[in-house]
Design a protein around this ligand. Structure first.
Ligand SMILES: [Zn+2]
Length: 80
């Protein structure tokens, strides 16, 4: 049945649209944040600025395990 083909095609188009939209939003978010993001390295307990999104390793101890780093946010500090 060609109807199935049409539905599948529409679904793929929709998924591609959603994916593109999401990627754009994430890129925008990163571009907005990457200049002010402060990263706390749990491995050497140092703090560094993530100036370039592609550099995701601690400049002090070369720790590139993202689970060993914490993003610090200057806003929303009223969390107790
Ligand atoms: Zn470190």
């Amino acid at each position: 049945m060609p109807v199935v083909d049409f539905i599948l095609y529409s679904l793929i188009l929709l998924l591609q649209l959603m994916e593109t939209d999401m990627t754009n939003k994430q890129r925008q978010l990163w571009e907005e944040r990457h200049n002010k993001l402060t990263v706390h390295c749990l491995a050497c307990d140092d703090i560094f600025q993530e100036a370039v999104p592609s550099i995701q390793a601690c400049p002090h101890c070369n720790n590139d395990d993202m689970q060993q780093t914490v993003y610090l946010q200057s806003e929303e500090t009223s969390h107790d």
